[in-house]
Write a protein that binds this ligand. Structure first.
Ligand SMILES: [Zn+2]
Length: 250
């Protein structure tokens, strides 16, 4: 299940493949998030899960000892693809140069992608854009590092990514510009942390979520290019119940 799941994440398939059968899911009509759990046996957790993401981050517990986030994103990513659901940027296969350390474990960066508007909310506030850095440890357990964006100054790294993007679905393109991933992170790495799930089918749980408190900026024009690609449809899952989960603020 784990390698299965990671496969679909890493290679950015726009659909979830079970044996020879392909299950289409999306954000509206009969394949919208409310229906994901019914689309396939393997998607059941989307409706039955009790630790689902996204959530509205509130009533947090302040950590007594501050645990500084250790993010080591050193190498420029490899390729960019519009997979029909989002724009996804992949690292080189088996890349071990980009990682973060959580609870003493290394989680290697596999890919990152975008949602508009944001999936998670902070104290009921939604953001125009949320970036998800998907990291996996050697066992295939996941940590998603989320960064919010507000409208403002344009983001130079965004343009370096977008320049190679093909608007054709699943048309993977090699990145021609060096991208500094640290410029897609705020300087202040204060964060919220909770246990959650993938926000897309199969909605598997046991995912560590780290949501950075401080947003970056993106220009209206940059956000527009993403929205046009999505045919002006949102690609975010609605807020899920927390079911007594503890949210740590660090
Ligand atoms: Zn995501």
């Amino acid at each position: 299940m784990k390698s299965f799941l990671l496969g679909s994440l890493v290679f950015g398939l726009s659909t979830f493949t079970v044996a020879s059968e392909t299950i289409h899911w999306g954000y509206d009509h009969e394949i919208s998030p409310e229906h994901w759990g019914e689309l396939n046996e393997n998607f059941k957790e989307c409706s039955s899960g009790k630790n689902q993401t996204p959530i509205d981050i509130r009533n947090t517990y302040k950590s007594v000892i501050k645990h500084k986030l250790n993010i080591q994103y050193k190498v420029s990513p490899n390729d960019i693809i519009f997979n029909g659901h989002t724009v996804q940027v992949n690292t080189k296969k088996d890349d071990q140069s980009d990682y973060l350390i959580l609870d003493g474990q290394k989680f290697f960066l596999k890919q990152f992608h975008f949602h508009t508007p944001s999936e998670n909310q902070i104290e009921g506030k939604s953001y125009p854009l949320e970036l998800h850095f998907v990291n996996a440890n050697a066992q295939g357990d996941l940590t998603v590092l989320a960064v919010m964006f507000v409208l403002g100054e344009k983001n130079p790294e965004w343009d370096k990514l977008w320049i190679d993007l093909s608007s054709k679905e699943n048309d993977d393109r090699h990145l021609s510009h060096e991208v500094n991933l640290n410029k897609l992170l705020p300087k202040n790495l204060d964060y919220y942390r909770f246990s959650g799930s993938l926000t897309t089918p199969p909605c598997s749980e046991g995912v560590n979520w780290v949501v950075l408190k401080n947003p970056l900026t993106i220009s209206e024009q940059q956000l527009k290019t993403f929205k046009v690609l999505l045919k002006n449809q949102d690609n975010h899952r609605p807020i899920q119940p927390t079911h007594g989960r503890i949210i740590i603020e660090d």
